[in-house]
Design a protein around this ligand. Structure first.
Ligand SMILES: Nc1ncnc2c1ncn2[C@@H]1O[C@H](COP(=O)(O)OP(=O)(O)OP(=O)(O)O)[C@@H](O)[C@H]1O
Ligand SMILES: [Mg+2]
Length: 365
């Protein structure tokens, strides 16, 4: 923990107690001054004679009054210090719990919460914001840990497969080298695409790009053109429609976003006779929207809700397909949309297949 060196100072409790006492003293002194100015001053100084018995003059009154006033001031001082000390202690108690929680958080324990009871006031507000911050931090850290564990697991898989293939080849003198090389190539290519996807994801998370004005319809056209051969090979019909949809952001990242969505729509489609519809539009609110619809097998809303999480794959994993994707495509799309302050909505379509809509803010003028 980094601690800034500071010169020692009085605690806030002491300062508050001293201030209370000081205020009481000033108030007491003021009252005494009022007695002097409006009362004692008018009493004659000489001997006062009258018909009755002894009448005290100003000197007599002063002699009687001064020690009593001094005692009163002394009492006020003690009362102010003790009362102030107790009162300040009560007021500052929540601060101690907040400080304690901050220390715990700084030493790495994010699961602790302040949970300050009582009605709303400034301290509760501070404690609640702090709790909310801890909650978010904890979720983020856990997500990162999960991600790192998944990524290492995914990266180990191709390496373990390679190892097994090499072991088998070593123990079998009559093996087919060409087939081995071909299979090693496929496994290696998969490891490369996984690593590349991880790199893209981490770059997208860094938010270090200069925003340029981008038209999503042009990006959609570019992505469709690149992926047309893949679509033809899979017998999927690609259709784009839509108008200019201007937003601001990184053209490279946004092209990646569109490409991932169109790629998914092609490869996770029907085995034959599939179709993909890509539309772009400027919404009445001024935001830019991109929608990708594709035919495909039926999908449950529960499954769809998890698809954008890293390493989540739909059906391929169940089928044990060797050519399954790495499961980062939609996670990358989501991250890119979020770094551009946009939103993504993924819904299953009634007749099967998926509907994905990304909305990005209008460019600032
Ligand atoms: N357009 C789509 N239609 C139907 N299913 C889809 C679609 N897009 C994604 N999915 C499902 O969501 C899963 C996750 O998609 P994602 O793009 O993140 O990973 P992937 O395509 O499996 O791998 P890659 O990282 O190579 O893209 C896919 O495995 C697939 O089951
Ligand atoms: Mg994908």
């Amino acid at each position: 923990m980094i601690r800034r060196a500071r010169a020692p100072g009085l605690s806030v409790r002491v300062k508050l107690a001293v201030s209370y006492a000081a205020f009481l003293m000033v108030a007491g002194a003021l009252l005494l001054a009022v007695v002097w100015v409006f009362l004692l001053r008018y009493v004659p100084t000489g001997a006062i004679t009258g018909p009755g018995p002894f009448i005290p003059n100003r000197g007599d009154l002063e002699r009687a009054f001064t020690p009593a006033a001094a005692w009163a001031l002394l009492f006020l001082l003690a009362f102010g210090l003790v009362g102030g000390w107790l009162l300040a202690g009560r007021m500052l108690a929540p601060l101690q719990r907040i400080t304690e929680a901050t220390r715990l958080a700084a030493s790495g324990s994010l699961s602790h919460r302040i949970d300050l009871a009582g009605r709303q006031d400034e301290f509760r507000e501070l404690a609640d914001s702090f709790d909310a911050m801890l909650e978010r931090l904890q979720a983020q850290v856990e997500e990162q840990q999960r991600f790192a564990a998944n990524a290492s697991h995914e990266l180990r898989t191709p390496l373990a497969i390679t190892q097994t293939m090499l072991d088998v080849a070593r123990n079998d003198p009559g093996h087919d080298t060409r087939a081995l090389i071909e299979r090693l190539r496929i496994v290696n290519a998969r490891a490369i695409s996984l690593t590349e996807a991880l790199l893209v994801l981490s770059r997208a998370e860094q938010r270090s790009f200069t925003a340029e004005e981008v038209d999503l319809s042009l990006l959609a056209e570019e992505a469709t053109e690149t992926l047309l051969p893949l679509a033809e090979a899979r017998g999927v019909e690609l259709q784009t429609s839509g108008s200019v949809a201007r937003t601001a952001g990184s053209p490279t990242l946004l092209l990646q976003l569109v490409t991932n969505l169109v790629h998914n729509a092609i490869v996770h489609n029907l085995p034959t006779g599939g179709a993909v519809l890509i539309t772009t539009e400027q919404t009445p609110r001024g935001t830019a929207a991109l929608t990708v619809d594709n035919t495909g097998g039926p999908m449950s809303p529960e499954l769809v809700a998890t698809l954008a999480e890293p390493f989540q794959r739909g059906s391929e994993r169940a089928r044990g397909d060797d050519h399954a994707g790495v499961g980062l495509g939609l996670a990358i799309v989501k991250t890119i949309a979020e770094t551009h302050a946009g939103t993504i909505a993924i819904r299953p379509r009634a007749g099967g297949g998926l509907h994905v809509r990304v909305e990005l803010p209008a460019p600032q003028r």
